[in-house]
Design a protein around this ligand. Structure first.
Ligand code: ADP
Ligand code: UDP
Length: 236
């Protein structure tokens, strides 16, 4: 697979064309941002950790019948994925109140829900990724009703698989963000990444945060937390 011109540089990854128009190479960076790009930094080794961990979780999800964009890991930072047209929605599933949910609704962080919740943000940096509902998504033409149903069903299925998996690592999956895309034939598949950048992961015994909140909240021990979650995931 030949890496060709860079198509896009995002906050955490670069995307390259390949000699196959149906495939792209994603290259994970150590750059970290938070609060819509206001806070910037680097987390040493993050790119490789997120790449390897995301690929591991995508393989697990594929085994459980979830269609993903994952094709082949090329190196510690680079992966070949199916090129998709990203649905401009950030799909957030939560099991426990944290972050913006805790703040917006005045709920103490750490409050567990009786059943998981889902919400959508419009993926639009200029607007600061505003919260929207599925009627708004339809009105804006971001996805069809059928696609939204597939996205919701798949997101909850991903939650079931990942909750059970992280439980075996003594980790609580608090919340996470997913992105979906359309393949050339219009199939909705899980895309982007699942990593400590996009999940909240708490040690079940100590409550220790093993995710990007350590960076967002200037808690220190960021690199160690990423290493710790990687070794739990890969140690199995
Ligand atoms: P951002 O754009 O938010 O800064 P990244 O730095 O992670 O995010 O950049 C990666 C970009 O690649 C994102 O815009 C993401 O939606 C997009 N992307 C993820 N998976 C695929 C894929 N399979 N095909 C095409 N684009 C993808
Ligand atoms: N998230 C993400 N990208 C975003 C916004 C959120 O990956 O642009 C993830 C975040 O890591 C967390 C979950 O989605 O696991 C819920 O985030 P929340 O809405 O609480 O936002 P935050 O507190 O991060 O602003």
């Amino acid at each position: 697979m030949e890496k060709q011109t860079q198509l896009y540089e995002g906050k955490a990854k670069k995307v390259f064309a390949t000699d196959d128009p149906r495939r792209v190479i994603v290259s994970y960076k150590d750059d970290a941002t938070a609060f819509n790009g206001e806070k910037k930094g680097t987390i040493a080794g993050k790119g490789a950790i997120n790449n390897v961990m995301s690929n591991h979780l995508f393989r697990l999800l594929e085994q459980q019948g979830v269609r993903t964009h994952f094709i082949e890991q090329l190196s510690d930072r680079e992966t070949v994925v199916e090129k998709v047209a990203i649905v401009p929605l950030e799909v957030i599933v939560r099991n426990v109140a944290a972050g913006s949910f805790a703040k917006r609704y005045g709920v103490e962080e750490g409050t567990a829900f009786a059943a998981p919740t889902i919400e959508f943000s419009y993926k639009n940096d200029a607007l600061g990724d505003p919260l929207i509902n599925t009627y708004h998504a339809l009105a804006l033409g971001l996805a069809t009703q059928a696609e939204l149903e597939t996205i919701k069903r798949t997101a909850f299925r991903v939650n079931e698989v990942l909750c059970a998996y992280f439980d075996t690592l003594n980790v609580r999956l608090v919340d996470f963000k997913l992105e979906f895309g359309r393949t050339a034939d219009g199939t909705i598949v899980l895309a982007d990444e699942i990593s400590p950048d996009t999940c909240r992961l708490w040690d079940k015994t100590t409550g220790e945060k093993l995710d990007k909140d350590r960076f967002r909240r200037n808690m220190g021990g960021v690199e160690q937390a990423y290493q710790e979650i990687l070794s739990r995931v890969m140690g199995q």
